[in-house]
Design a protein around this ligand. Structure first.
Ligand code: MLT
Length: 325
């Protein structure tokens, strides 16, 4: 049997090479495909590999008569309708390890940039000024980092923050204390909010976490707190954070992610002097993209040829199948 593997987003070449080396696979990966192009190809596809751009929604799946697996090359599966995939017995997998270090390093980079006003100082010098007094920063050593969402990236950030001399508090209702103990003190959300000098978000978007950073939770925080978000834009109520940044309650924010990407020009957080932006670059390193691509390709190969499934996001589809993770 031959299988069509459809890749409508840009995937690293090493990953595509893994797919192309499999005799039973025909690979269609012309680079970023439009919605129309994806709709035209999906009826013949047995596997789909996407990053965050392609929306795998019920309307697309309606045409996916042969689809068996969807692999998200990355972590967040918020662009994939899991319920609709489950209904059609399509297994959804992701590659949760591959991005971890790159995202953690980007988080630490943003934290340092925020604490030392690096982008603002760079801008000022390029514009011909020499403003040493304006850009007096904050030392991170000795400060408390509060982490919300203590999964893989949260752990990797904690490890690096400890090397900088920070104390680390974390909140995650799903992580057992014994797993967190080595890296952070696991505690309540209220304590993390109240004691953090720097708050870093690493949670997934759920009904419980959507808008978690809002007027009420900001009120718990220390005056002058710094906030970093490399997880998902929906964790923050942007209007409430913008107000807190204007008042100085929150001294600065570094944002890599937005509820809608790219954010509209009238986004309430764009244009504030104390906000640093990057365009969803957490996983954008050469190393992470190679690993993401290869892991996604391997996941498709194992699923279609060996019936083995790792990192399944909709386990119900495989219930009773002993080969799932
Ligand atoms: C992820 O979920 O893997 C990261 O946010 C990066 C991405 O969306 O590609």
């Amino acid at each position: 049997m031959r299988y069509l593997v459809l890749v409508p987003d840009n995937l690293n070449r090493d990953g595509l090479d893994v797919l192309r080396a499999v005799e039973q696979f025909e690979v269609y990966a012309p680079g970023k495909m439009t919605r129309e192009e994806t709709l035209a190809r999906i009826p013949d596809a047995h596997a789909l590999i996407v990053r965050s751009d392609t929306r795998v929604d019920a309307a697309l799946l309606e045409h996916a008569a042969n689809l068996k697996v969807v692999v998200r090359a990355g972590v967040g599966v918020d662009n994939i309708d899991l319920a609709a995939c489950t209904e059609r017995k399509i297994v959804v997998m992701n590659t949760p390890e591959a991005n971890t270090i790159s995202t953690a390093e980007h988080t630490i980079g943003l934290m340092l940039a925020l604490a030392r006003h690096i982008p603002q100082a760079d801008r000022s010098l390029r514009e011909g000024r020499w403003e040493r007094n304006k850009f007096v920063g904050t030392q991170l050593s000795g400060k408390t980092l509060g982490i919300i969402g203590f999964g893989r990236v949260g752990h990797a950030v904690a490890e690096r923050a400890k090397a900088l001399g920070m104390m680390v508090l974390a909140f995650d209702p799903f992580v057992p204390e014994r797993l967190a103990r080595r890296m952070a003190m696991l505690t309540s959300l209220e304590q993390v909010l109240a004691e953090a000098d720097v708050l870093s978000l690493h949670a997934v978007t759920t009904d419980e976490t959507r808008g978690l950073i809002n007027k009420e939770t900001i009120a718990y925080m220390k005056d002058g707190v710094l906030i970093v978000n490399t997880a998902r834009g929906a964790l923050i109520n942007s209007a409430d954070l913008a107000e807190a940044l204007r008042s100085g309650k929150v001294a600065g924010a570094a944002l890599d992610v937005y509820e809608v990407e790219p954010p509209p020009p009238d986004h309430p957080l764009i244009g504030l002097d104390n906000v640093i932006h990057t365009p969803h670059l957490g996983a954008s390193t050469y190393e992470a993209q190679v690993q993401v691509g290869v892991e996604a390709a391997e996941a498709v190969r194992k699923a279609l040829l060996e019936g083995r499934y790792d990192n399944v996001r909709n386990r119900e589809v495989l219930d009773g199948d002993e080969n799932g993770d």
